[in-house]
Structures are given as C-alpha cells and as structure tokens.
Design a binder for this molecule. Sequence first.
Ligand SMILES: Nc1ncnc2c1ncn2[C@@H]1O[C@H](COP(=O)(O)OP(=O)(O)OP(=O)(O)O)[C@@H](O)[C@H]1O
Length: 262
Amino acid sequence: MPTTPLIAYAHVGKTFDAGRVVAVDDVSLEVAEGELLAIVGGSGSGKTTLLRLANRLIEADSGTITVEGEDVRNVDPILLRRRIGYVFQSGGLFPHLSVAGNIGITPKLLGTRPAEISVRVDELLDLVRLDRTPYRDRLPHELSGGQRQRVGVARALAARPRIMLMDEPFGALDPLTRDALGDDFRELHKKLGLTTVMITHDMTEAILLADRIAIMCDGRLLAQGTPAELSKSDDAYVGELLRTPRRQAERLSALLPREGAA
Ligand SMILES: Nc1ncnc2c1ncn2[C@@H]1O[C@H](COP(=O)(O)OP(=O)(O)OP(=O)(O)O)[C@@H](O)[C@H]1O
C-alpha cells in the first residue's frame, strides 16, 4: 500500500455565518497516493465543505491543507483546480454545450488546438465507456442521468489530473446504474493511478468501492479506517452506519442462493 499522502488536512477548521455555523471542526486526515477514500456522514456533517477546501472552492479558517506536498494557500486556485478533477452530484454540465463541448472545455481554456481536443474527447469518451457516435454531439438534457455522470467524469479527467474529488457522483442514480458506474470508476481509478476522494451518503457503496472510509459527524472526523477496521469500532454512530449494510448482506445471502448452486 502506498504511503505518501497526496492530500493532507492538518487541524482544519471552517465556519460560516460569522462563526455561527461550524462546518468543519479541527479535521486532520491524510489521503495516500493511489487511494480511494470515501467520506460518509449525515446531511450537514461537513462533507462537501471538507472536499471543497482541498481545491480552494472554499478557503479554510484554520489549519493547513497540502496537495502533492504544497500548502494550497501558496498555489493559484485556478492552477490548483487544473490539477484536481471535480465531479458534481448532478453532473454540473453546461446545458448549452454538447457532450464534446463539455468534455473539451478545459483543454480549450488551456489553448489546446481543436484537432487535438477532438482526439482527446474521443479518448475520454472511450475511457468512460460512452459510444462516440450517438453521444458526442448530444446536449446534456438528451442523456440519461448515468450518461451525464459519465460525461462529468470524462470532463473532470480532461486535464489529466492525478487527483479526483467527487461529490456524491452516483447519488441520484437508480441502483443498477449506480453499481455499474461505481465499478467502472473503480477500474478507471486503478488504471489511471488516480487518488480519489468521494463523498457518499451510502455506507454500502463506500464499503464496496473505497479502500478507506472517513466518517464525518457535526463537522468532526469521527472515525477513519478500512471497512474491516471500522467494523471493530465501538463508537455507537459508526455501529449504526454499519448496521444497514451488515443486515442487508446477511438477508441477501440467506435469500439468494449462490449462482450455480442448485
Ligand atoms: N456557504 C455557506 N453558508 C453558510 N452555511 C453553509 C455554507 N455551506 C455550508 N454551510 C453549512 O455548513 C454545514 C456543513 O455543510 P456541508 O454542505 O459541508 O455538509 P454535507 O455533509 O456535505 O451535507 P449534504 O450531505 O447535505 O450535502 C451545514 O450546516 C451547512 O448548512
């Protein structure tokens, strides 16, 4: 297991509304190179704030965040965001741009020649497993939710980032699409050697996809570890989060005979 932290939070804090809302409270967390870390926690627990502090969409009030060894305060936010892919919950696609236009927007802003952008768009469509011919020229509203998320992932990868931040990327999808996209992303993460931080509400998804899970509660990092490590935690909230996947796994294995079994 690689050990170099690619992202490191040290005693990070963030409040809103003149200090009345504590969104992130003294969080220290490291994400190793090549790791897929899931952040799990209830609504309002600080997950999105924590994620956005890493690419300076939100600025920390206290503590230090380093990305690839550099304090993010010393990096131009635009340059920082080019090094970090970001996938929004709803895809966040530009509605008036085609699939190719959306995926090629970052290379275009970087001054890449149109012919090169076109090749890169095709490469990225292949990578996220969307057929070029029917989808290249479609507008976002002509795609299914799953296809939109695939385009969102392709767009985030366009500048060849080493790091991906994903805010509930598969949250709004039906379970089968969600499962397929999750598996595909896990493969991409490995193939491209990415380091990924992914927010999810769903502990089952976190267990199935992530190497490690960080659990947020009221702005604080309550626990972190591999699914096996977390399952040994005696914290009541961690136990509660693990109860549903555990119960589902037991019920499913009792109800579904194994494939190939009589
Ligand atoms: N721009 C803002 N102004 C004021 N309060 C904010 C702002 N952004 C977030 N907050 C508050 O900070 C807290 C943490 O919000 P955050 O969006 O990080 O939580 P979350 O865990 O991602 O929630 P969800 O799962 O519902 O998206 C919440 O109480 C939220 O209302």
